[in-house]
Every structure is written in C-alpha cells, then in structure tokens.
Design a protein around this ligand. Structure first.
Ligand SMILES: [Cu+2]
Length: 450
C-alpha cells in the first residue's frame, strides 16, 4: 500500500465501489464535454459524490476537481481547433464589498477580482482581451512560462491595448499551479482599483493525493474614504478595507467542506504594499505550492499561518478532520477591521465621569466611546449610524453572538454530513463542548480564588 495515503484514503478504500457508482451518474454531463486526458480517466476512490464542475462544464473528479471561487466565478471557455478560447473584458465594475459599501472599481467581465481562468497543463489557450476602460491596458500572466511577446509588459513586450481595441494572447500551458493575471500599464491605478485575477492550471497527471475541495481566494487592500465610493490608488500605507475576493467579512462566503475531505486553499496577493499572514484555526496545514510551482514533499513543514507576500501565491493543504466553524483570517489585527479611522485619540483607561455631560452642552448627541476598549463598537456603530457608503467596525453575527472582526476574515465550515456545498448555517457544538462561565463548585474543586 502506498505509504503516502492519508488515513481517510485508507478508510475510504472500502467505499470505493459505491463512490465510483455515484461518480458515474453525477459526472456524466461534465465528462461528455471534457476533453479526456489520455490514460488518466481512472475512477477516483473516495471522492465525494457531491458534484463540482466549472463554468465551462469542464472538470470532473476523475481527472481534477474544478476550483470553487467563494463570491466569484470561473471564466467560461470553449474549444476551437484544439485551443481553449477565453474572452476577458477590462471594464469599470461596481462591487458591493459588504452591506453598506458599494465601490466603483475596475475589473474584468463585470467582476473584481476578474473571473478565475481554469485550464489544464498542455492546453493551448487563446485569450482575447477587450479594453473598455478610459485608458490603455495590458494583461501580464503572472508566473506563466510563455513566449516573451506574450508577457504583457506595456512598452517592453507589446504596445498597450488602446481603449476600444481587442488584443489576442496565445500560448501553451507548460506548467501547473496557482498563477495570476493583472495589467502592466498604469499598475498603481489599475490594480489599486481592482484589476487582478487568478489563473489556475491543473496538472495533466492525476494528483496524488487527490483534492476534494479546491478553493481560490485573492487578497486585496484598498483605501476608500468613508462617504466615497472610489478607491484611492495613490494611498501607500493606510489601507482601510481588506478583502478576500473583493468581499469584506461578513460578506465573505464560507468555505464549506465535508469531514474527511482533502482541502486545498489557493491564496494570491496582488495588493499594493502589504503581505498577509493568513491564519487558519483548528488545523495544521502544509504549504504545497507557490506561483513558482509545487513544493517538494521534503521541503514542506507544518504551519498554522502562511505568509502570502505581495505578488505571490501560496497553496495550503490539509485533511478536514475536525468539524466546526473555524476562523480563517489575516493575522494583522488592522486587516480584520473595516473603515475605522486610524487617527483616533487613544481613550483606553481615561476617567470619563462628568465628561459626557460637559461635552453634551456643546454636542447634544455626544457619547464617549473606546474608554474600555473597542470590542463593542461594531454593535454600537450599527445602532448609532455611520457615514453613508461606509462600513466602519462592521462585524457579523456568529453562532454565539456578535463577531467583532471584519475585513480579511472568513469561516471554514466543516460538517459531518452535507448534501451540497451551500452555507450549512452555524455549527451546533455538541453539548458540554463550548467555553462558558465557571461555576462555584468547579472553582472550589480546582482551588481557583477570584
Ligand atoms: Cu493582512
């Protein structure tokens, strides 16, 4: 037996016959359109019977698992004369980052980040790019190994694409992995307004161990002055909106996974300035790939946070063996909040008696906030009202009350049983397994004096 098999793969061997039967029914429509990869259409033992296909109806669990894009999509493609043809349209895009904040961005095909381009190693791709922006643009294929004239740097590799024109890029995919695309013309403005996307190339050989859930998340940072809707691309350090696939929590869609599934999360960072240490609760994972390729097994080590530098991707993998609602977020504390001002007076610990009354003589609605910390401000801000089109301190509701984080925060939802991958709601913790107030008897028993 292969010593690299995971515990769950060994367990699932017994169920292989049943799974293969389920696969042949859910996978049939997808495999009809899928160009077979010679010699690699063996049924997958243990694959989940829940169907996942991409926008082109391609991919099936016999060759690869199509990616899942929370709050996003994959770009539909079609086969013409042996090439896979895609059409990207660079254009202005309106995006609701979270309830209360609609942003005037630039992106592709009505989205920011642009739709994920998904293909297979060995594919020849022909990608048309139409420019509907008010200024020229190009597309650079970040990390792809391609002919020099296809690399997309304006002036160096090609002339820029003028507004209204359509350019053609064509090359063969010589590698697999998690790659990206973005403009290389007026980079600060175009990327600062949201022009970026992921480019996923599945390996031609069936992966071992195989992946059951394959998520794609683009990390971005923005400066959007409260009350405005246009990100300011000239800001260099005080970013106030941090997003995953251009959504801030609580609008980030959860990553839904069944117990026992092997999960990959592909993280990309095309923000302007900040690296993001993405931390996953409840699990230990390994980084298995970068935009440079697959990390050899001998070079991997276990981690709970992975730093995703600007201009790079990281793939992390783990087997989802612990059910529950697990936080996954950037560990920089300023990156899990929304547009709260960063130039506030520090009021923590001040003596406020009599202060409110005095100030109210001048400002009748005045109330001191922040003297005991800022954890309650999210709930309070919702009641008190905030500037229009802004989300200062917006948090979300969880299974146990208010979650005071926002920004680059999402939830991995792992469940024992699922019939599909829609949001299963909040986890019902087994009785007696949730932290709560200690009772007097317990305190006495353990000699804790309070
Ligand atoms: Cu961060």
């Amino acid at each position: 037996m292969n010593k690299n098999m995971t515990r769950r793969e060994i367990l699932s061997l017994g169920a292989a016959a049943g799974s293969a039967l389920a696969l042949s029914s859910v996978g049939s429509s997808a495999s009809a359109q899928h160009e077979p990869h010679q010699g690699h259409t063996v049924p997958r033992a243990g694959a989940s019977p829940i169907a996942v296909t991409n926008a082109a109806g391609e991919g099936n669990r016999e060759t690869y698992t199509p990616v899942t894009v929370p709050n996003g999509s994959t770009l539909p493609g079609k086969r013409v004369d042996g090439a896979k043809v895609f059409h990207l349209v660079a254009e202005p895009v309106k995006r609701e980052f979270a309830p209360g904040l609609v942003v005037d961005c630039w992106g592709y095909n009505g989205e920011t980040p642009g739709p994920v381009i998904e293909a297979v190693e060995g594919d020849r791709v022909r990608i048309y790019v139409t420019n509907r922006l008010p200024e020229p643009t190009t597309v650079h294929w970040h990390g792809l190994l391609l002919p020099n004239g296809m690399d997309g740097v304006s002036g160096l590799n090609q002339p820029p694409i003028p507004p209204g024109k359509t350019f053609k890029y064509e090359f063969e995919l010589r590698q697999s992995g998690t790659l990206m695309y973005h403009p290389h013309f007026d980079e600060m403005t175009q990327m600062g307004l949201g022009m970026m996307g992921m480019f996923i190339i599945h390996p031609r050989q069936v992966e071992s161990p195989q992946i059951d859930r394959d998520f794609v998340l683009m990390l971005s940072e923005w400066f959007i002055k409260p009350g405005t809707s246009r990100p300011d691309p000239s800001v260099m350090s005080d970013f106030n909106i941090l997003t995953m696939n251009s959504k801030a929590f609580p609008s980030t869609a959860p990553l839904v996974v069944k117990v026992g599934e092997r999960v990959r999360i592909r993280l990309g960072n095309l923000g302007a300035m900040d690296h993001h240490p993405i931390h996953l609760h409840g699990y230990s994972f390994t980084t298995t790939g970068t935009d440079g390729g697959r990390v050899p097994e001998s070079a991997r080590w276990p981690e709970t946070s992975v730093l995703v530098p600007v201009g790079a991707t990281r793939d992390i993998e783990f087997v989802a063996d612990a059910p529950g609602d697990w936080a996954m977020h950037c560990h920089m504390t300023h990156h899990v909040m929304n547009q709260m001002g960063h130039e506030l007076p520090n009021l923590i610990g001040i003596e406020r008696s009599g202060l409110d009354e005095k100030v109210r003589e001048l400002l009748p609605d005045y109330m001191t906030m922040g003297d005991t910390g800022m954890g309650d401000m999210g709930e309070m801000a919702q009641k008190m009202g905030v500037p229009s089109n802004s989300i200062p301190m917006l948090g979300g509701r969880g299974g146990h009350g208010h979650i005071d984080m926002g920004g680059m925060f999402t939830v991995l939802k792992v469940r024992e049983s699922l019939t599909d991958y829609s949001d299963p709601g909040w986890y019902e913790n087994p009785p007696g397994t949730v932290a709560g107030e200690a009772d007097a008897k317990e305190l006495r028993r353990d000699g804790i004096k309070i």
